[in-house]
Write a protein that binds this ligand. Structure first.
Ligand code: SF4
Length: 683
């Protein structure tokens, strides 16, 4: 038995773990004391090995003909993919092709994919699931602070005197961060404020719990800022010295006294005031948020409001403070960092910036890179539906389950001339592909992930790739070579990281030998730089912090006669995202074998719904049948459905309406109708 130190494949906390290996098989997991997990793992981490040897793993390339999929050799598959990509590029132009990269893949693989998209396909049409989770964070915090990343470190959350958790079901989504919050409460007397439409577990530990209505975050936060200003609790010295445009925010929040915010949010004004005082009077206050804030048509506004609150009270640029978005996937931060986005090269260097373009052209040995911003994920789907996008290369993503309005997604993908999916399992998206390429899992390759706290950490190969599967970077490199481009042939993933460091200033000092202990947090400018624990200490990335006034806007859909209830969606601690991996894990899959909808007891009574029955949930986009779970966790008029389940897909119902600034869809709120399946009595 040997053990190999690596990083968890699931959430963005980035816990370190050992894979236990016997006779070429991964047979178990042990936590490592290094990294943010401190020798602990949540249940997903403990089961991170269970899907690796699943009999459902893809082991050979597949090509579809009129009868279905046929197993083929690599040469035939690569030849077909490269040939079709070249032909489509020739016939319709570069912008008729697009790539969906993956927050599950390594930094090195995401770098290769964005380079392939830009240097070989000739387009900036590359995006990944950050568009569905934290695109609004990137835009919002980027506008306010000059950087869209978590300002502080995970360990520092415990150093805060007050922690304000909003839109984050931390115990379910980021359990090893929730553990630190609870320890801070228990051991340091840290006070907790929780704001969430559902009375999540953390609410039981909160000094103040604000149960605001779905989609009213801006009003709640503006109400808090109004109280802070009216009682002169702001940090005037910080505002004066470190920020600009404060007066504009003051003007807007002056119009939102807590009594006004009460009318919109449903939270008593007294509670809003108490929360504002507690937050503003703390020596060190930390904001923790996640997709309850970001997945709205006002996602960027929500993030900007939180940035305003933190700057107004001087809670940025210091230990134990900050605005801390918790990233969902293990490497969604890294995929953004290395340029798997349609508007930026690695290191957030704009594709429209001619100096950045010239640098990339030189390093990548390309005469001319596209200077136009490419398509986002949702735009790719819509473009396919319209017949403009002809080919899509999907790596490690499952948009048929993860995107809003999944019926439209399926139709759009069927419209494509050529769909290639590269994955470790035959996902719902892969089932629609013309060609499926089998990839190696995290246990079968070397590379790095960047966790939610900007920590670049190693993953290490424990076993050989299963069957004929290969590392994603190798497959993409072979397609590129067949298309005539030699600049994606690497001898190792380490060589790719060296190239990343050479073109990405925030990763400038990162190399694998420096990551051996517990990784490095960017920005890490050069080989002598120790990495950065918290951002914006002496000045913001953008120089001065930028206050941006935001007014409350309602969600794109509100309840009406036809669809009188509100749906919100989220994750469970036992399952992950579209369940591509966790559904293959026997220990995890058995915990919650079936999807369900949470319904408030009063709503259930009115509808005559009891446990053991089935209900039909309808929205303007689709309908699903699902088991009800009657619980006061959700307020009256609101239902909650975990989105992991293929058989009862919540995203068949959700609203693709985008935030105009970040183009993130409004996955967190839409109007629905609930009916009993037997006696169709509607609410
Ligand atoms: Fe893995 Fe996240 Fe659980 Fe840590 S908290 S073990 S990174 S899923």
């Amino acid at each position: 038995m040997s053990r190999v130190l690596t990083t968890c494949i699931y959430c963005g906390v980035g816990c370190n773990l050992y894979l236990r290996v016997r006779n070429g098989r991964v047979v178990g997991v042990l936590p490592s004391r290094s990294g943010p997990g401190e020798g602990k793992l949540c249940i997903k981490g403990w089961c991170a090995h269970e899907f690796v040897h699943s009999p459902q793993r893809l082991t050979k390339p597949l090509i579809r003909d009129s009868r279905g999929f046929n197993e083929v050799g690599w040469d035939e598959a690569i030849k077909l993919v490269a040939g079709r990509f070249l032909a489509i590029k020739e016939q319709y132009g570069s912008n008729s092709l697009a790539v969906l990269s993956s927050a599950k893949c390594t930094n090195e693989e995401n770098y290769v994919l964005q380079k392939f998209t830009r240097a070989v396909l000739g387009t900036n049409n590359i995006d990944h699931c950050a568009r569905l989770c934290h695109a609004s964070t990137i835009v919002g915090l980027g506008t306010a602070f000059g950087s869209g990343a978590m300002t502080n470190s995970i360990a520092e959350i415990e150093e805060a005197d007050v922690i304000f958790v909003i839109g984050s079901n931390t115990t379910e989504q980021h359990p090893l961060i929730a553990r630190r919050i609870l320890r801070a409460i228990r051991e340091r007397g840290t006070k907790l404020i929780v704001a969430d439409p559902r009375s999540i577990d953390l609410a039981d530990f909160a000094e103040i719990y604000l149960q605001h209505k779905l989609g009213t975050d801006v009003s709640l936060i503006n109400g808090m800022m109004n109280l802070i200003l009216s009682e002169d609790l702001q940090d005037s010295e910080f505002i004066e010295r470190r920020t600009r445009n404060f007066e504009a925010v003051k003007k807007v929040v002056e119009r939102v006294p807590p009594e006004h915010a009460e009318k919109i949010t449903g939270v008593p004004a007294e509670k809003i005031s108490k929360a504002a005082r507690l937050y503003a009077k703390a020596k060190r206050a930390s904001i923790v948020y996640s997709m309850g804030i970001t997945q709205h048509t006002t996602g960027t506004d929500n993030v900007l409001a939180l940035a305003n609150l933190a700057m107004m009270t001087g809670n940025v640029g210091k230990k134990g403070t900050g605005v801390n978005p918790l990233r969902g996937h293990n490497n969604v931060q890294g995929a953004c960092d290395v340029g798997a986005l349609p508007n930026v090269f690695p290191g957030y260097q704009g594709v429209t910036d001619c100096q950045a373009r010239e640098k990339m052209q030189r390093v990548w040995n390309i005469a001319e890179l596209d200077d136009k911003v490419g398509l986002t994920q949702l735009e790719m789907i819509n473009s396919a539906y319209a017949g403009d996008l002809k080919a899509l290369y999907v790596v490690g993503e499952n948009p048929v389950v993860s995107h809003p309005d999944t019926g439209h997604v399926r139709e759009s993908l069927r419209t494509l001339e050529f769909l290639v999916v590269q994955d470790i399992f035959l996902s719902e998206t892969a089932k629609l592909a013309n060609v499926v390429l089998p990839a190696a899992s995290f246990a079968e390759k070397d590379g790095t992930f960047t966790s939610t706290e900007r920590r670049v950490q190693r993953i290490r190969k424990a076993i050989e790739p299963i069957g004929h599967s290969k590392e994603d970077w190798r497959i993409t490199g072979e397609i590129a070579e067949r298309m005539g481009y030699k600049g994606l042939i690497y001898s190792s993933a380490e060589e790719i990281m060296d190239e990343i460091a050479s073109v990405t200033p925030i990763y400038g000092g990162i190399s694998w030998d420096r990551l051996e202990d517990s990784g490095l947090q960017w920005p890490c400018w050069d080989r002598s730089h120790p990495g950065t624990q918290f951002l914006h200490e002496a000045e913001f990335f953008s120089g001065l912090g930028n206050f941006v006034p935001v007014d409350f806007k309602p969600p794109a859909e509100e309840p009406d006669e036809e669809y009188p209830m509100m749906l919100t969606t989220g994750r469970l601690s036992f399952l992950f995202h579209t369940s591509t991996m966790t559904a293959k894990s026997p220990t995890l899959n058995i915990q919650v074998p079936e999807g369900y909808v949470e319904i408030n007891p009063e709503d259930a009574k009115r509808l005559g719904i009891g446990e053991g029955e089935r209900v039909r949930v309808k929205s303007r986009r689709g309908e699903i049948e699902i088991k009800p779970f009657v619980t006061p966790i959700v307020p009256q008029g609101t239902i909650f459905i975990p989105f992991h389940f293929v058989e009862s897909p919540a995203n068949a119902l959700t609203n693709p309406a985008p935030d105009p600034k970040s183009k993130i869809p409004e996955l967190k709120v839409c109007a629905v109708k609930v009916e009993r399946v037997e006696q169709v009595a509607s609410l």
